[in-house]
Design a binder for this molecule. Structure first.
Ligand code: SF4
Ligand code: SF4
Length: 365
């Protein structure tokens, strides 16, 4: 659907909801909607990212299909959300990338970057590809090369994510939410970290009419906290290396390895659970056009964590060099696509929750 049609349809649906207001107790979307009489594209982007797609309001709606009004708030907001990712993207010219995600394209990118890693390893450390390296990754890829390559990739990703978040905030903060109130901001961050609104109306996410399940929330938690633990593992390892001069490989009981192992398991369990859950959930709740966006991100997280754990288990074997290249190829693909893929939904949803908490605490109308 063209962007203007998505927005026009969203405006019509929310205008009906604003007159009806039957669902106002379910989530913050409805009270935030009621603070408005008209809906600008920024308002629609804000409300769409406030929605956690719990599904509650579809089955409660007396105007849902097959009613002639055909009101389907979860799907309508999912469509607007996808459009908001493109509109806020930085640099703006990269917005179209959100529509190009497929699993085969993701696997091709990982393969291409693996070849690049093998080439870098051959160039800088070809002589050090022993049949067994004692788990020393830096014998395959020197530490300064790894730091340079991933420093550049991470800096680009962080810059693009920060640029997107700022553009998104500017887009949705009309009217201004008012003065910055820290208690409200902290409440919003807590809601984001606990995925509070995946509880829907208070019980749990809806998977189909009269069917609720806590598993969508649980798989999201495994994925999000798995990612954060892996990030913490890399950070601790960097502190060990740069601050104390303690070189990898680290013992299986060391902090970086324990954090990475627990995080890696979370990053396998979560994405697999989300993938399986998507297949059983009522298709009416989602936007079929986002299938590639969702599954390619799930596949990338899965590949990154599986190769990371395999690398840990087989680090003393001859396969370590190739495994390291595949793992680093997966990590590079993840970081390069993060600002233009499904990852942004966590950031924009948090920004929308902060805006909502500020608006609500100011008694905004
Ligand atoms: S989703 Fe349906 S029932 Fe709920 S507020 Fe909108 S129109 Fe009313
Ligand atoms: S799907 Fe859930 S979170 Fe989204 S608007 Fe409906 S009730 Fe709110």
């Amino acid at each position: 659907m063209p962007a203007s049609d998505v927005m026009r349809h969203g405006e019509q649906v929310l205008t009906v909801c604003n007159a009806c207001r039957y669902c106002e107790q379910y989530c913050p979307v409805f009270p935030a909607m009621e603070r408005r009489l008209v809906f600008s594209p920024g308002d629609l982007a804000y409300l769409a990212n406030l929605c956690h797609n719990c599904g509650e309001c579809l089955y409660a709606c007396q105007y849902a299909p097959p009613h002639p009004f055909g009101i389907n708030v979860p799907r309508t907001l999912a469509e607007i959300r996808a459009q908001s990712y493109e509109d806020a993207c930085w640099p703006p010219s990269a917005g179209a990338m959100f529509r190009r995600h497929t699993v085969p394209a993701t696997l091709a990118l990982v393969l291409g970057l693996t070849v690049v890693m093998l080439a870098i390893a051959w160039w800088f450390g070809a002589g050090a590809w022993p049949s067994t390296s004692g788990g020393d990754f830096y014998a395959v890829l020197p530490h300064h090369v790894l730091v340079t390559v991933f420093g550049v990739v991470s800096a680009l990703a962080a810059m693009a994510l920060a640029g997107g978040a700022v553009r998104f905030w500017r887009r949705i903060d009309r009217p201004r939410a008012g003065v910055w109130r820290w208690p409200a901001v902290m409440r919003a961050l807590k809601d984001a970290l606990t995925l509070r609104h995946l509880h829907g109306g208070g019980i749990d996410c809806v998977t189909a009419e009269e069917t609720r399940s806590p598993w969508r929330r649980r798989w999201h938690h495994c994925t999000a906290y798995g990612f954060l633990l892996c990030f913490a593992s890399t950070t601790v390892a960097a502190i060990y290396h740069l601050g104390f001069g303690w070189r990898a490989p680290y013992a299986y009981t060391s902090l970086p390895v324990v954090l990475g192992t627990v995080g890696g398991i979370g990053l396998i369990v979560g994405p697999v659970g989300l993938f399986a859950f998507r297949r059983t959930r009522d298709k009416a709740l989602g936007d079929p056009a986002q299938q590639g966006l969702d599954t390619s991100f799930i596949a990338l997280l899965f590949l990154t964590s599986v190769t990371g754990l395999l690398l840990l288990v087989l680090r003393d074997r001859a396969a370590m060099g190739v495994l390291l290249a595949v793992h680093l190829g997966s990590v590079a693909a993840l970081f390069l696509t993060i600002p233009y893929g499904k990852f942004v939904h966590g950031i924009y949803r948090t920004v929308a929750l902060v805006k909502d908490a500020l608006e609500a605490s100011a008694g905004h109308r």
